[in-house]
Design a protein around this ligand. Structure first.
Ligand code: F6R
Length: 264
């Protein structure tokens, strides 16, 4: 696992944009797995800037988002579709028909079928080349809350009290936060060819340490990234502040720069 520690959020976002832009330039038809939330906002801002100022071209790119609140319409300002449109898709030259976010309004009876089809679409597109991930306060990736199977697939999930509380900052009150979501599973995420994990701020330090250095456990589904052979974690100093191996990660990052190869 590559663990890159940056001075601050801005540098984290730029380094993450380097990884994504390198892929998009090298493989214009690539498939990006995307996350929402506060963490990747800077990454998306930087990608929009590079598109506008440097011509970074997304015209042949396909994207799949990790999750969507169940019950929210695409036009709801807190829906993840709305987030992606406003934070990224409207600012770059991607074809909207090539952007996929689970449909939060799919009728209950059709959920199973919808989730199977979402996975099939990912496969048909050739699989996800790089999956961007944030980490939730309770250690989740996507909405795989503690106790989610590490082989789970796209499905309807219930959100924990902590996630509802954490995400209430975007809503008028806790009561308005949806209680369910459609989410890629941990197993789905681990099938991506590469993972790009981001975290910022001291608030995330403990959960980041558990995810990277703790035991692999369904209690912290982010710890499943340890089972993936190609993971880049980019975190700022705050989020890295509880890591016990930080000195080694910095050494490995310097070595990478000297050798000119990525040390996973
Ligand atoms: C969002 C997602 C979540 C978030 C996580 C962190 O699509 O899948 O797992 O990445 O909840 O959220 P922020 O970045 O808001 O702290």
């Amino acid at each position: 696992m590559r663990v890159l520690i940056t001075k601050n959020y801005e540098e984290m976002s730029k380094k993450a944009a380097d990884v994504v832009a390198e892929l998009v330039n090298r493989m214009p038809k690539c498939v990006l797995g995307l996350a929402t939330g506060s963490t990747p906002e800077g990454l998306y801002r930087e990608l929009v800037r590079r598109h506008r100022e440097e011509g970074l071209d997304f015209s042949m790119t396909t994207t799949f988002n990790l999750d969507e609140y169940y019950g929210l319409d695409v036009n709801h300002p807190q829906s993840y579709r709305y987030f992606m449109d406003t934070n990224l898709f409207n600012g770059i030259n991607i074809e909207k028909k090539n952007t996929f976010v689970p449909d939060g309004k799919v009728p209950v009876k059709d959920i199973d079928m919808f989730c199977k089809e979402y996975e099939q679409k990912i496969k048909k597109a050739g699989g996800i080349d790089i999956q961007v991930l944030g980490i939730g306060g309770d250690g989740h990736i996507a909405f795989n809350e503690p106790g989610s199977s590490l082989t789970s697939r796209t499905r309807l999930v219930a959100l924990t009290e902590q996630t509802i509380k954490d995400n209430s900052r975007f809503f008028k009150s806790d009561k308005e936060v949806p209680r369910y979501a459609l989410s890629m599973g941990v197993g789905t995420i681990l099938e991506a060819k590469e993972l790009l994990v981001l975290a910022t701020g001291e608030k995330k330090a403990e959960v980041v340490a558990k995810a990277i250095e703790g035991p692999i456990t369904s209690s912290i589904t982010a710890s499943a990234i340890q089972m993936h052979p190609k993971v880049t974690v980019i975190i700022d100093e705050g989020a890295a502040s509880r890591l016990s191996m930080a000195v080694f990660y910095r050494f490995a990052a310097e070595a990478e720069a000297k050798i000119g190869l990525k040390l996973f």
